[in-house]
Design a binder for this molecule. Structure first.
Ligand code: SAM
Length: 197
């Protein structure tokens, strides 16, 4: 599904990631699809967090294709729930995640760790599908979620990830639904957010 979702989310990814600077940590980097949106001249270091080690060669290839130097890019297998074992709190300028928090084991710990990793003024940038705003969408999500997660690697359609993110301490929150007209009453509700610590 990687290339289909990349095409759908491409304008939003481009908008978010073109602002990334300094050190960025990409939670659940997958195939490394974020590299082509990153500005080489603004970034000093990219940490790609990906527990599935089969993806690591693809991430490395995407980084090379985007002209990042090998020593600018670290790939780690740690899940976001354990990230503070390796990277200290307050050490990262941008934490980014795209379609990841729907399937991590402990999403509330994941967002707390993302927040902890950021320096003051650092930004959490995310594109995620979350619990729908409308009753019809919520009902559909609750019904399908118990089956959906078997077929899509533990993905839960009805997680209120945006609410958990809002519950943390931010200096500024800029969060909005991506395509509300198209998605109202459906199984999906995508949100785009930039939260500044
Ligand atoms: C749907 S894919 C999205 C990949 C990529 N972000 C993209 O947009 O193409 C979700 C990714 O999250 C990773 N993942 C799952 N649990 C994780 C965790 N606890 N911490 C970090 N990454 C995780 C999976 O291995 C998978 O590569």
């Amino acid at each position: 599904m990687g290339s289909g979702s990349d095409a759908f989310l491409s304008p939003a990814k481009s908008h978010l990631l073109s602002q990334a600077h300094g050190t960025i940590l990409d939670i659940g980097a997958g195939h490394g699809s974020s590299f082509k949106y990153l500005s080489l001249d603004k970034l000093t270091r990219v940490i790609a967090l990906e527990p599935n080690e089969h993806m690591h060669p693809k991430i490395r290839a995407a980084a090379t294709e985007a002209l990042f130097a090998a020593d600018q890019v670290e790939i780690t297998s740690l899940p976001i729930e354990r990230i503070l074992e390796k990277y200290p709190a307050g050490s990262v300028d941008v934490v980014y995640c795209n379609l990841v928090l729907c399937s991590v084991t402990d999403p509330e710990l994941a967002v707390r760790n993302a927040h902890a990793l950021l320096k003051p003024g650092g930004k959490l940038m995310f594109l995620e599908h979350v619990r729908a705003e409308d009753a019809e969408g919520q009902e559909k999500q609750d019904w399908i979620s118990r089956y959906w997660c078997w077929f899509f690697d533990g993905c839960r359609l009805n997680r209120p990830t945006d609410r958990w993110v809002r519950g943390l301490e931010w200096a500024e929150i800029d969060m909005k639904p991506l395509t509300p007209e198209e998605e109202r009453g459906t199984y999906f509700w995508h949100v785009q957010g930039v939260c500044t610590k």
